[in-house]
Design a protein around this ligand. Structure first.
Ligand SMILES: Nc1ncnc2c1ncn2[C@@H]1O[C@H](COP(=O)(O)OP(=O)(O)OP(=O)(O)O)[C@@H](O)[C@H]1O
Length: 229
């Protein structure tokens, strides 16, 4: 479904992503793992077209989308939940959810977003900035679902949220994957959350993908080498 071929990326003179090849198959829940600063966030941004790439291709259903703008990628079916959530604090919950619909004729928020996150309905008129971290994360996921993506990219969705919400976020991601068939590409460093949420892994080290496999085959050797801090 989503394929990255020979992707390279630089921030100024710093070579950040090096010859990345990645294959995300439809229907799977994939986790991109690796320590801080290895390039995981940058790779998601490249997939969404938020930072320019230098060589290589991003293919979605076989089509090279490397030249497309972020909003075009979103319309094609790529949903993105950025690190830090990036909620608009002055806008209401409802207005945040309508942002992706700006260029659409129908401004209606699909009911299933509120079914998935009832708290967003209860707080529809509250300002995004007044929500707790966990509620903001639900809003960020809800906002990414408004355009009904085929694949959802999530960057460290439990960063800074209370432990009691963590399982809820994991359950929602699994439900989206298993019951709604949305393909998942999650960036996560925390092993228990990654294991509970995803069924495949790719590990990044210094801008390269160095190991991939089924989550239940992720062994202690790889964990020691690439994941423990
Ligand atoms: N806007 C930027 N300008 C210059 N360098 C950057 C920029 N953003 C990230 N970097 C550098 O690119 C490298 C990869 O960062 P990136 O955020 O993609 O890593 P990461 O694996 O997602 O780590 P983290 O878990 O900390 O977000 C790091 O060395 C980082 O310092």
């Amino acid at each position: 479904m989503l394929r990255i071929e020979g992707l390279n990326q630089y921030y100024g003179g710093s070579h950040i992503l090096r010859d990345i090849d990645l294959d995300v198959q439809a229907g799977r829940a994939n986790c991109l793992m690796g320590r801080n600063g290895m390039g995981k966030t940058t790779l998601l941004k490249c997939i969404m077209g938020l930072v320019p790439i230098k060589g290589g291709r991003v293919l979605f259903h076989g089509e090279d989308i490397s030249g497309r703008k972020p909003y075009e990628r979103a319309r094609l079916g790529l949903g993105y939940v950025p690190q830090g959530r990036e909620i608009f604090p002055q806008l209401s919950v409802e207005e945040n959810l309508r942002v992706p619909l700006a260029s659409k004729r129908s401004k209606a928020i699909p009911d299933d977003i509120y079914d998935l996150f009832p708290v967003l309905k209860d707080m529809a008129r509250r300002r995004g900035g007044d929500l707790s971290g966990g509620q903001q994360q639900q809003l960020a996921i809800g906002r990414a679902l408004v355009l009904q993506p085929e694949i959802l990219l999530l960057d460290e969705p439990i960063e800074g949220i209370q432990p009691n919400i963590v399982k809820e976020i994991s359950d929602v991601i699994r439900l989206l994957n298993r019951e709604r068939g949305i393909t998942i590409l999650l960036v996560e460093q925390k092993l228990p959350f990654a294991r509970a949420t995803a069924d495949r892994f790719d590990i990044m080290n210094n801008g390269s993908v160095v190991a991939s496999g089924e989550m239940d085959e992720l062994g202690d050797d790889l964990i020691q080498e690439h994941l423990t801090v």
